[in-house]
Design a protein around this ligand. Structure first.
Ligand code: 13P
Ligand code: SF4
Length: 305
């Protein structure tokens, strides 16, 4: 529960400074509680385009704030913590993209939204974990160079055998550190619980999952399920929303590693301090933004906005 004074101060400052707060499911529960909108990366990118306020305060990692800025150049976008960066966003190489383009004629560079603006600018289409399958399936190209995440790429490739995938070796250290042994151990203690996993997990983990989906899709699955217990294989921040919405259901973690240190930098104190001192908004040169907006726009078009 947020301290009452902090809550009131945040509400007051938001109004005074015309700010909307957007938060990802992986940030602290307190931050989710005070946010105007909470969601997965796809929802947040779309939501950012419908914000009436002139300022957006993003509670998540840098690539999320940058996506909001790319799509809304007229707004000022601030990060609650400027150093909250997703390491995977940097795990693709522009020279390698150019090399792949030279080697394959009929290739689409499919860029997971967990990527820098520079990498997006070199790509043909962006995807998130919730729409990657739909988009890859609909692409006319035979070859798919999927960056940066290997695990998501591999998971999608198995469902689209008609496409030839070229893989990249990026990964999310949080999801990669969840092991199948952790899940088997949790299953032994809670044999009736369903295993729900994010597609950034390794293949050995996904093989044990009853459901695989983005953070929002996991939340929707739980709400619609008749089952009352779930083993959750994604970042621990999602437990806040799951427990708020489903007081009659039980949720189990798979160990101490489900913790994204960057998402957890975003604390209620950062939100308050940033609102007090609204400075240092995200800046992207117009040339770079114009190049990066194309794959994001294509994603929105292909998913029906
Ligand atoms: P979602 O697209 O499911 O929100 O996931 C974002 C993310 O950072 C996963 O690690
Ligand atoms: Fe990046 Fe993984 Fe953290 Fe998501 S959970 S922000 S992919 S490091």
């Amino acid at each position: 529960m947020i301290d009452k004074n902090i809550r009131n101060e945040i509400i007051q400052l938001k109004k005074e400074k015309n700010v909307a707060i957007l938060a990802h499911y992986y940030v602290d529960g307190e931050v989710q509680e005070i946010a105007d909108y909470v969601g997965d990366s796809y929802y947040l990118a779309k939501r950012a385009m419908m914000i009436a306020q002139e300022n957006i305060l993003f509670c998540g990692v840098v690539f999320m704030g940058e996506s909001a800025k790319i799509l809304n150049p007229q707004k000022k976008v601030y990060m609650a913590d400027d150093s909250a960066d997703c390491p995977m966003a940097h795990m693709a190489d522009i020279e390698k993209i150019q090399e792949v383009r030279r080697k394959y004629n009929d290739v689409a560079v499919v860029c997971y939204v967990n990527s820098t603006t520079e990498i997006k600018a070199e790509s043909d289409v962006c995807v998130t974990s919730s729409n990657a399958l739909k988009i890859v399936r609909a692409l006319p190209n035979k070859f798919i160079y999927f960056i940066p995440d290997y695990n998501l790429a591999h998971y999608i490739s198995k469902q689209v055998p008609e496409k030839k995938f070229i893989f990249n070796d990026g990964f999310c250290h949080v999801h990669k550190s969840i092991h199948s042994t952790d899940i088997r151990a949790a299953k032994q203690i809670h044999p009736d619980a369903l295993v729900l996993a994010h597609p950034e997990c390794t293949e050995e983990v996904l093989e044990l999952a009853d459901f695989i989906g983005s953070t929002s899709q996991i939340i929707d699955f739980v709400e619609q399920s008749n089952c009352s217990a779930f083993i959750i294989c994604t970042e621990i921040g999602i437990f806040y929303d799951l427990m708020q919405r489903n007081t009659d259901k039980r949720f189990y973690s798979v160990g101490h590693r489900q913790f994204c240190p960057n998402m957890k930098k975003v604390r209620i104190e950062n939100v308050l301090n940033k609102l007090k001192n609204l400075q240092g908004d995200i800046e992207i040169t117009e040339d770079l933004r114009m190049a990066a907006v194309k794959p994001l726009d294509r994603m929105l078009e292909m998913t029906g906005k």
